[in-house]
Design a protein around this ligand. Sequence first.
Ligand code: GLA
Length: 546
Amino acid sequence: MILQMNKQILTGVVMCLLLATSSCLNTTHEDKLNGTDFPPPLMGWSSWNTYHVNINEELIKKQADALVAQGLKDAGYIYINIDDGFFGYRDGSGKMHAHPERFPNGMKVVSDYIHSLGLKAGIYSDAGDNTCGSIYDNDNNGVGAGLYGHEQQDMDLYLKEWNFDFIKIDYCGAQKLGLDEEERYTAISKAIVNTGRTDVSVNICRWAFPGTWAKNLARSWRISPDIRPNWTSVKRIIEKNLYLSAYAGEGHYNDMDMLEIGRGLAPSEEEVHFGVWCIMSSPLLIGCDLTSIPEASLSLLKNKELIALNQDRLGLQAYVVQRDKDYYVLVKDIEQKHGNVRAVAFCNASDSVHEFHTPLQALELCGKVKVRDLVEGMDLEDITSDTCNYTVPPHGILICRMEAEKRTEADRYEAEWAYLPCFNDLAKKPKQILYAPSSECSGGMKVRYLGGSMENYAEWKEVYSEQGGEYEMTIHYCSPTQRKLEIWVNGKRHESAGLLSGGEDSVATITIPITLKAGYNNIRMGNNFGWAPDIDCFTLKRLSFK
Ligand code: GLA
């Protein structure tokens, strides 16, 4: 009993320490200067995309110089991140040394140089024993170079002795060892906390959304396999991130991987790539050779209005409000929450021209709307009807700042916007809660495998009511067998039993009266025992004022 209590207290203490690190990270001096409420997504350059493991001291210094000379530092790109390839060997005490030929003067000299330019320095390791480079890039020095068994020793070296400010922690070695992601990254985080550095930015690189725990340990986490400099890869990563907006925020971000701008994509594809990374608040790490970057790519990377969208003080990730195949409309609040200004992207990822017709209500805007095209940096015609109509070329995007006369209440909340505390994209369990395509559902998506325990719920944290009052809530669900759904509105429980839609993909509805308070409301759905129905969306109709 006492032992168990001690364990609980200890876990509590460790969690507090980890959270303390991340909250310290929330308020660095630099962030205060920037005037942001949360640390914005990281901006900088990383060596991997162009050079893989073939890096060296001179190359890194040249790229850092070029970052400054090209005006990218002034545009906000302040990290120079050394990826895989710097590993030398461990000496008799287990201490890692830099690659003797590539970094003959060691790594501290390199981080000092980066710092001398007013930049921050990033480094790389693996949660397991062997690095990815040792497996896929014939880098023998990567064997045994990972953090496994050297957590504290390596973190002390990288973050204290070598003084790096960012670390990306890959998973190749850990995957081969069959380790558990949450346990591994938690152990590594403890080692980071022990260094006493509270300003280090941590990136989890597990190539899929790892789970909601990641937010307690890292500033950002990769959500996809490695990016490549081609359209198919960019499009696939965007699709991977479409339904992960609930997990970003408060200074923590879904990482869509390093940028392939300046590496051969068509101009309009570069706009989609950069524009979506910006509206989705992904870290922006340039991946090309900065000494020979094409002019058009450079000016896109320096586009002030798109950068402002990425670095917006609210730190939100856009979510999908309209989707049909490869055409999607993304939206997020900027500048002020639930204000009259929103960022909207009309993305045409298909191979032919597409006409978007999007009701203003889907964007929660009404009245006359001022529109600014952020890629072109010019004002477009005001919207004066209740639909916005735009024609977007194939592999093209229109990203706008919209300022409306009035903000409306949402009348539909999609299941694919919900926060699912038990969700991850690691595909380890067969019936894991997830966002699943479903042809009859609005937006073509639903939440599947909801319920079975109290913890496995779906949550909409910000259901907005301007004045509060009585509403009719209509839940759209799919249920092949009779199932129970529990619904909590600001903690008040409702239950609907015997729900049956007749098939996996056929949609039925149920309507219940609910009371919302003015401002943000919390709505949860689940089933503490058996499966709940799959959820498509819910709609709200206001019946009366409070
Ligand atoms: C993995 C990562 C890449 C890169 C390489 C280095 O593939 O996902 O981003 O860091 O390892 O070997």
